[in-house]
Design a protein around this ligand. Structure first.
Ligand SMILES: C[S@@+](CC[C@H](N)C(=O)[O-])C[C@H]1O[C@@H](n2cnc3c(N)ncnc32)[C@H](O)[C@@H]1O
Length: 213
């Protein structure tokens, strides 16, 4: 999007290759789904994996599984006693993702829940160390406020697509996703319970540190 094709190729070429399972998942997602660019991909996947390797979270929540790429990428760095809960409301996608989770050596660390995150989140009786927000862009602020009490103080959120292909800063005829992303970014900027840094990885990632309850 905002970076040139050449720069993106350079970034990809200087990032560690995906494991074969993730490579196959990436490929099959491109062959069989309508919006394959929803998948995190090689660079963001490796970034997420490294964030997990650095933070060593025991409990991760992901909102928006899609075909399972980011969940699998993060699970690679999860400690043996760690787990990742991932939520998606799309039945077809959930079975696609399950097929890949079953093939992974980290399958036992991943719990996939089918349903609307806005209904599932309140039913989760867990405290998380890391929460990855990557579902419907128009609902980001709602997810954030719902999960906020379930992230431990000192924990981190990561929110994907916060640049939304550049539409976060364009004014012309914003759609509901664009409005949702802008609302979320401003909400986080004004939230005194957190500190945050916006990263220009892929479509923009917002890394949010919870410093107050
Ligand atoms: C951008 S994709 C997730 C990509 C995935 N995290 C990755 O990096 O490969 C967004 C997913 O969120 C799901 N989704 C959208 N709104 C949702 C909601 N309210 N509850 C649960 N899942 C939702 C969609 O079905 C879709 O599969």
């Amino acid at each position: 999007m905002m970076l040139s094709k050449e720069i993106n190729e350079y970034i990809e070429a200087h990032t560690t290759d995906e494991i074969p399972l993730l490579y196959d998942l990436n490929r099959e997602t491109h062959q069989k789904t309508y919006y394959p660019n929803m998948l995190s991909g090689k660079v963001q996947g490796k970034f997420l994996e490294m964030i997990v390797a650095m933070l060593q979270p025991k409990r991760i929540l992901e909102i928006g599984t899609f075909t399972g790429y980011s969940a699998l990428a993060m699970s690679q760095a999860l400690p043996e006693d760690g787990f990742l809960i991932t939520v998606d409301r799309n039945e077809e996608i959930v079975s696609f993702a399950k097929g890949y989770f079953n093939k992974s050596e980290n399958d036992g660390k991943i719990r996939l829940i089918e349903g609307d995150a806005r209904e599932i989140i309140p039913s989760l009786d867990e405290t998380f160390d890391l929460i990855f927000i990557d579902a419907d862009k128009s609902q980001y602020t709602e997810y954030y406020e719902l999960v906020f009490p379930k992230l431990r103080k000192g924990g981190f959120f990561l929110a994907d697509n916060v640049l939304w292909g550049g539409k976060a800063i364009e004014d012309k005829n914003p759609d509901k996703e664009t409005l949702g992303i802008r609302k979320f970014n401003d909400h986080i900027r004004d939230d005194k319970r957190v500190e945050q840094v916006m990263l220009s990885v892929r479509d923009g990632l917002l890394l949010i540190h919870k410093i107050k309850e």
